[in-house]
Design a protein. Sequence first.
Length: 282
Amino acid sequence: QLPAGSLKLTLYQYKTCPFCSKVRAFLDYHGLPYEIVEVNPIMRKEIKFSSYRKVPILLANAGSPLQLNDSSVIISAIKTYLISKRNSLEEIVSFYPPMKTVTEQGKEVFEYGNKYWLMLDEKETKRVYPVKEVRVEEMKWRKWADDWLVHLISPNVYRTPREALASFDYIVREGKFGTMEGLFAKYVGAVAMFFISKRLKKRHQLHDDVREDLYEAVNEWVKAVGKHRLFMGGSQPNLADLAVYGVLRVMEGLEAFDDMMAHTKVQPWYQRMEEVIQKAVV
């Protein structure tokens, strides 16, 4: 628990972005108040102050203002800050250095070292992770959510022209668009994303029917949680639970989400996640 007002947070986001949804799930579950700034995805003028041009961006003020980039870095750094009373947030953020790398396509991107690690001393580590395997499992599935699960969302929500249009209708309704911008984004964006989703399907070597990959991934997660735990974290969600829930949640209200609920065993776990997060927010 933090003293009231000791940590001021502002999240710059697109509501329908799975990485932003992960951060919101984490902040909500931990009962941390934060302001949201919805970013216009076309002009992005809300984040023109930043050389880092992606969302989520979290501005955190715990005595001095700091900018945190990358959803997994944000989650690891803030979680470390909540547990460890030794280091300032500034010092904790310095443990996650950005490293510039070049993709196969020749594009420069930033990767962050240690992003799935909590920077705790031995005593704190034992308190949070009583056995080593618990930490290893949490890190493995957080990485899986970023490296695999998130890549199944676009091919599934833009699977057919009809689903692509429904998805963009939802994106425009929930996002920050002007009237003409919204109309343009809805129809042109839906067509573009339908074709991009086919490219993503090929890149990630997905099945002809991408639902199969979604169902396999979700059932793999349910199997990893197992029948004898409410959550991967045991009686309460851990960071892997929050990451997977945050990613899947962006499909709510779309056909892909309903199909996932009907054709996998994820529903009981997903409902438990909804309940604990709603309780924390109240």
